[in-house]
Ligand binder design. Structure first.
Ligand SMILES: C[S@@+](CC[C@H](N)C(=O)[O-])C[C@H]1O[C@@H](n2cnc3c(N)ncnc32)[C@H](O)[C@@H]1O
Length: 279
């Protein structure tokens, strides 16, 4: 890749205009220098404003390959989230959860996803029905299912996430069933549907034992009454995506709706709250 590097910033419009006019195919700023990519050397030194630069012939980098190589398995409780090609790195005793990094949020690398999986991992999920609101890549519903939930349903308002989550489920061994997917050995059911809690849901007739939602504080505040009605008595609520500064909003919403046993933990600026829906 051919780069012309000269002192300056991208805020200097006169400079960037001159570089574009000279045929630059891309501009970036690094450490007080503007770096302009060119297909071929051009006589830039003839333009006084550009004369202070130098040509660099840099090796081409395959950014996708670099990024893939930098991905590591993420260990969260009993689950290790990995892209398929890192499966051999999962330690014995850990449950592998394969997520191919792609279009939907939820590779396990974000603190909120990690904390939510840890919270699921700390529960006895065997035989439980779990609802994941804002399922993205499907990572939390999948984690719940792999940890023993008899059925897990992921809801997301973004229709693009649904095929991604279904594909991730298939990658983890789930097969199409009469409704949604089923794990052939354990018989556990898993499904992903477009929608949200406030919608009239055909599957909403039976309350859930666990509800997990990685959204944001303002939405948790709005959805708190729906969380209460979606959960069975004594059900567990796991909320994350909450910035530490917004915790009071979530605390107040849970108190308003009669949740009990509220517990909080933090990872950097992000918080996770668990609570019980009471009797
Ligand atoms: C931060 S991502 C969480 C993804 C995944 N559950 C995880 O924990 O890594 C939030 C997801 O919630 C979805 N979402 C946003 N608002 C929603 C709502 N009101 N109801 C359902 N899903 C929603 C977004 O489309 C996005 O996929």
């Amino acid at each position: 890749m051919l780069v012309y590097r000269l002192p300056g910033t991208l805020d200097d419009e006169a400079l960037t205009d001159l570089l574009w006019e000279a045929g630059a195919t891309g501009l970036e700023e690094r450490g007080g220098f503007v770096r302009a990519s060119f297909g071929a050397r051009t006589p830039l030194a003839d333009t006084p404003e550009l004369g202070s630069g130098e040509w660099l012939d840099e090796p081409d980098l395959d950014w996708q390959a670099e990024w893939k190589a930098s991905l590591r398995p993420v260990r969260a409780g009993r689950i290790t989230v990995v892209p398929g090609w890192l499966l051999p790195e999962v330690q014995a005793g850990q449950v592998p959860l394969i997520i191919e990094p792609g279009m939907a949020f939820g590779t396990g690398h974000h603190a909120t996803t990690r904390m939510a999986i840890e919270a699921l991992s700390a529960l006895k999920l065997n035989g439980q029905r779990v609802l994941d609101v804002g399922s993205g890549s499907g990572v939390l519903a999948l984690a719940a299912s792999l940890l023993g939930a008899s059925s897990a349903l992921g809801l997301d308002i973004d229709p693009l996430t649904i095929p991604v989550a279904l594909e991730n489920a298939r990658t983890n061994g789930y097969l199409p069933a009469a409704a949604g997917l089923k794990h052939p050995q354990s018989g556990r059911l898993l499904d992903f549907q477009e929608g949200s809690l406030s919608d009239e849901l055909p599957w909403d007739d039976q309350p859930y034992g666990v509800l997990v939602a990685n959204l944001y504080a303002e939405l948790h505040d709005l959805l708190a009454p729906d969380y209460r009605s979606a959960l069975q008595a004594g059900g567990t609520l796991i909320l994350t995506g909450i910035l530490e500064s917004r915790l009071p909003l979530v605390r107040a919403a849970l108190e308003r709706e009669g949740f009990t046993g509220v517990q909080e933990r933090q990872d950097g600026e992000w918080a996770l709250v668990t609570a019980s829906s009471g009797d």
